[in-house]
Structures are given as structure tokens and as C-alpha cells.
Design a protein around this ligand. Structure first.
Ligand SMILES: C[S@@+](CC[C@H](N)C(=O)[O-])C[C@H]1O[C@@H](n2cnc3c(N)ncnc32)[C@H](O)[C@@H]1O
Length: 288
């Protein structure tokens, strides 16, 4: 689950940026001798690295009371589907942060093809170091990626870098109706992502880190399938025959995740939390 809904390259990996960059820039894949990384094999070349859609990104953007932002950071941008939407809609430069050079290469290529290259700045870094890398941020966007450092941990880590009155838009897989979850779903999350919380719990965590909730938005079920599971399923099925057991295991885990989704009965979903950073005043909080 962890590695599938949220592809997470091993941050301790010894591979260098140069190794990532070698490979065929046209395909988004590495050269053949580097093709045993399960995440790269399964997700390389994909436009969507998680559930979502351009229409949903635009809708969530429209929930913000402001439209003009100085510094915008897209944390865990992946190959940048949402980065390009942000750049196009806001017309301002987006600093796109990800650990994976493979995905960043994809993003840069896609941005160029969409004539948005001048609005996208790709930066390879660990998203937990964002406060050290940016003096202030007016809008921090993160779709399906905060999980990698823990949703509430991510919000607490990023808060000091967000301008008082600035915004964080962060999506997180969340229980929509945990009671209704079939046993197979509960078991899958118990072992795969025990940190999943209800929407109310996530809102409380955000408030505890100095944010005010503006809105939530749950991704429609269709956005998990279109351009995502419908592509992953055949790719994963083909990788079940791969010579490397770690690739086979990862592929099997992916197929299991898709099966669980199909019997989930909407007990969980991907939820956007649209948040505004509050200003601290005399030891308390004042709402902006
Ligand atoms: C599920 S993908 C989502 C990508 C993109 N936002 C989307 O929705 O298509 C999660 C992304 O987070 C990146 N990632 C994981 N851990 C990270 C970290 N600690 N710092 C920066 N990026 C990280 C992965 O490389 C991956 O691109």
C-alpha cells in the first residue's frame, strides 16, 4: 500500500542524481541495467502517480479565497500532473519538489511540451527540508505525497515556512466511513498504512499545527481508475513475471491494492484539506 498509492523512493538509496539522469530522456525510464527499481518500473512514464484529476485540482484551487501568490511550492510533485495545472491556472512560477530525479525529469519534459517550462522550477530534495529551503511560502500544495513523511508531521514541519495568512492544500488518504469497511479493507490498512485517520482526526491535527480549515474535497472514485489503476493493473500484471523478486512482490502488492479498492465500499478516499495558516499572537491564535 505504502509504496503503491504513494510511490516513495528510498531516501537513503546510494543512487546519485547523475545515475538517474542517464537513461533515455524521451521515455522517462532509466537505461536497462537500472530497470530493477520497482517504483521506477511500475510508475516510470506515468502522468498520474496517484488518484486525482486536472478538474479536481482546478476545483480545489477555486476553493481558495486568493488567486495571487508569490512563492508556490508543490511538495512531492512526482511527474507533475498537478504542477502543470497550478502553473497554467495561477500563471506564476511553481517550485516543484520531489526526491525522484526520474519523476522530475518527466515533469520538466512535460512542462516544456505544454509551453509551461518557464513557470516550473524542478528541485530534487526531501520535502521535510522545505522550511530550510524556503524563507516563506504563500501556497504549499501537496497531492498524495505528504503521507511519505506522515500527514500531521508534514503539516507541522511546513507550518513555520508558510506565511501567516498563507495556504496549505494537502491531500491524504482518509477513512470516510471506517465502520463500513469490509474486513479485507481493515486488514489491508492495519498492515499497510496503520496511520490512516478519519477526516475529523486529520482536521484536528491540522488545527493543532496552526492551520484553519477552509474546506475539504474528496476525490471522486472515478479519479482512482482513470489514468491510474487502469494503467497500473496491466503494468503490474506483466511485472509478476519479472526476474527480480522485489519487483514481483511490488507488482503483487499493487494488484492487491486495486482489489481492495474495488471492494472498499467507499469506506476510504483521498481527501484534500484546504488550510490557511493562522497568526500566533500573545501566545494564542487569531484567525485571519
Ligand atoms: C503518490 S506520488 C504523488 C505525485 C504527484 N503529486 C501526483 O499526484 O501525481 C508521491 C511522490 O512523493 C515523492 N516523495 C516521496 N517521499 C518524498 C520525500 N521525502 N521528499 C520528496 N518527495 C518525496 C515521490 O517521489 C513521488 O513522486
Amino acid at each position: 500500500m505504502k509504496s503503491v498509492i504513494h510511490p516513495a523512493p528510498d531516501l537513503a538509496e546510494a543512487r546519485t542524481v547523475e545515475q538517474h539522469v542517464r537513461g533515455d530522456p524521451g521515455s522517462g525510464f532509466h537505461s536497462s541495467q537500472e530497470m530493477n527499481d520497482p517504483v521506477d518500473l511500475l510508475f516510470g512514464g506515468m502522468e498520474k502517480l496517484g488518484p486525482g484529476s486536472n478538474a479536481d485540482t482546478r476545483h480545489v484551487l477555486s476553493l481558495l479565497p486568493a488567486r495571487q501568490f508569490g512563492v508556490v511550492v508543490d511538495a512531492g510533485c512526482g511527474s507533475g500532473r498537478q504542477t502543470l495545472v497550478l502553473a497554467r491556472e495561477l500563471g506564476t512560477q511553481i517550485c516543484a519538489v520531489d526526491w525522484s530525479q526520474l519523476f522530475l525529469n518527466d515533469l520538466v519534459r512535460r512542462a516544456g511540451a505544454a509551453n509551461l517550462g518557464h513557470l516550473v522550477q524542478a528541485r530534487r530534495m526531501n520535502m521535510k527540508d522545505i522550511p530550510q529551503a524556503f524563507d516563506y511560502i504563500d501556497l504549499l500544495w501537496s497531492e498524495g505525497a505528504a503521507y511519505n513523511i506522515g500527514f500531521s508531521q508534514a503539516l507541522a514541519t511546513w507550518a513555520p515556512a508558510i506565511t501567516p495568512g498563507g495556504f496549505a492544500v494537502v491531500s491524504e488518504i482518509s477513512w470516510l466511513d471506517a465502520q463500513a469497511a469490509p474486513p479485507a479493507v481493515k486488514e489491508f490498512f492495519r498492515t499497510g498504512y496503520p496511520d490512516i485517520h478519519t477526516v475529523d482526526e486529520n482536521i484536528r491535527a491540522a488545527e493543532g499545527s496552526g492551520y484553519k480549515l477552509i474546506a475539504t474535497h474528496t476525490l471522486p472514485r472515478r479519479t482512482w481508475i482513470d489514468g491510474y489503476y487502469e494503467i497500473l493493473r496491466p503494468k503490474a500484471s506483466a511485472l509478476l513475471k519479472h526476474s527480480d523478486p522485489s519487483v514481483r512482490d511490488f507488482a503483487a502488492e499493487t494488484l492487491r491494492e486495486i482489489e481492495v479498492f474495488e471492494c472498499s465500499e467507499d469506506s476510504y478516499g483521498y481527501v484534500f484539506y484546504v488550510l490557511q495558516r493562522v497568526r500566533r499572537f500573545s501566545g494564542g491564535l487569531i484567525w485571519l
